[in-house]
Design a protein around this ligand. Structure first.
Ligand code: HAM
Length: 420
């Protein structure tokens, strides 16, 4: 076939849906337990939002956005991340006037980045994210980290490491930038071409460059942690205490800087060990200046985003599958074409009772219906037709127990419910 899905995109097929829904259910439950409510914002926003929010010196804004002019000559961008849209909604609808904190989550937000597709890297991916507004202290940072770890724990994922850092605030970061630039200046010629560019616009990003040469230079660079102001230092110390109190093992990694400009103080990543090397499964942090930057009041925020496709990749790496869920639980087979309408009616009646049921929509023989029912993974097959139906009774076959029984037609729904 010459028509395929665009490069870097994936279909979620019906056979994948149980896995996605299992993950989504756990995400919803854990977010709700911590008092977060769902927000859904448009798939596209005015480009300016991301230029202002994500930062026009970032790789995302400079190279990766899907931007186009609409028919009204407005520059539109498909969401390259979830936080800016959530903040825009908060500001536009003055949600900050509600009792603070305002807590929201987004579930499988489609995110678009024009990147080179590779293992775990797509052009459209889906993010679950949580954002907490209005809490300056590190309990909120800890809350979001704990929630994502609980979600990953419930999914059964183990092979993960939690890396945290503080990248300071507008008070202490300029001083650090200065120290870092002085150090990098001495190695300027050895930097990769991209880091040479970063040197002026965003020197912090040199620290997480994947090029070997840059990594060697970054190894001996001054650490941001030696340049934090008192407030940032206190915040970071308290965060670590709170995490330790919750039994979270973490690594302090001063090289985590994140690829978005809005972060202040806490940044963190959860890293998975894939057969092709480490990949970030989740990334987040604090962004105390962002709400104001988008035109709202001065209101701190903290949150994270986690890619569902990467979760699925890691579930595969760790050999984890979702708990078995049948497509339907009951198949109402018809013996002979005359019983088709009755079988259809019985299946719709069962559905009304909340029982997952289906029937023979095609002209399958009885034998073929059994084969089909087996593929659906049904527990019970109800046999409609033959002389039983004339006698007002109906046969139920229990595929798990290997048993068979006859019940009065009027008792069918109750008996099926009992057997399931
Ligand atoms: P991010 O680190 O850019 O952060 O993305 C978060 C997560 O999205 C990543 O850890 C990864 O799982 C997934 N992801 C990112 N890019 C791709 C891709 N090309 N293909 C597949 N998965 C990908 C943010 O987007 C921030 N908005 C997170 C945040 C929320 N910070 C505060 N609040």
């Amino acid at each position: 076939m010459d028509l395929q899905s665009p490069k870097g995109t994936r279909d979620m097929l019906p056979q994948d849906s149980a896995l996605w829904q299992w993950i989504e259910q756990i995400m919803r439950e854990e977010a709700a337990l911590a008092g977060y409510r769902e927000v859904r914002t448009p798939v596209f926003e005015y480009t300016e939002l991301f230029e202002r929010g994500v930062g026009d010196t970032t790789d995302i804004v400079q190279k990766e956005m899907y931007t186009f002019m609409d028919k009204g000559e407005r520059s539109i961008t498909l969401k390259p991340e979830g936080t800016a849209g959530a903040v825009r909604a908060l500001v536009e609808h003055k949600l900050y006037a509600e009792p603070l904190p305002v807590k929201m989550y987004y579930l499988n937000n489609p995110i678009f980045r024009y990147e080179n597709p590779q293992h775990g890297r797509l052009r459209e991916h889906h993010q679950f994210g949580m954002e907490c507004f209005g809490v300056p202290g590190p309990t909120a940072d800890t809350e979001v980290i704990l929630t994502v770890l609980t979600i990953l724990g419930r999914l059964g994922l183990k092979d993960l490491s939690v890396n945290i850092n503080s990248i300071g605030c507008p008070v202490c970061r300029p001083d650090y930038h200065q120290a870092l630039k002085e150090y990098l200046q001495g190695h300027f010629e050895e930097l990769c071409p991209q880091c040479k560019e970063r040197f002026n616009r965003n020197p912090l990003r040199v620290l997480d460059c994947k090029e070997r040469g840059c990594q060697a230079i970054a190894k001996d660079a001054p650490s941001i942690l030696d340049h934090l102001c008192q407030e940032c230092e206190g915040h970071f110390k308290m965060l670590q205490e709170l995490l330790a109190n919750e039994g979270v093992s973490y690594v302090v990694d001063p090289k985590i800087v994140r690829g978005l400009d809005y972060y202040t103080k806490t940044v963190f990543e959860i890293i998975m060990q894939s057969p092709r090397g480490p990949i970030a499964l989740c990334g987040g942090g604090r962004y105390d200046g962002l709400v104001e930057q988008i035109g709202g009041p001065s209101l701190p925020g903290v949150g994270f985003g986690i890619g569902t496709e990467r979760i699925i990749l890691q579930l595969g790496n760790e050999g984890i599958t979702e708990p078995h869920a049948s497509v339907v639980d009951v198949f109402v087979a018809n013996i002979g074409a005359e019983a088709k309408a009755t079988a259809f009616k019985l299946s719709t009646q069962l559905r009304r009772e909340g029982i997952k049921a289906d029937c023979n929509h095609l002209d399958r023989s009885l034998k073929a219906q059994f084969r089909y029912a087996d593929k659906l993974g049904v527990r019970l097959i109800v046999l409609a037709g033959g002389d039983e139906l004339e006698r007002g009774v109906i046969k139920i076959k229990d595929m798990k127990q290997g048993t068979e029984e006859e019940v009065q037609l009027s008792q069918l729904r109750a008996r099926v419910a009992e057997l399931l």
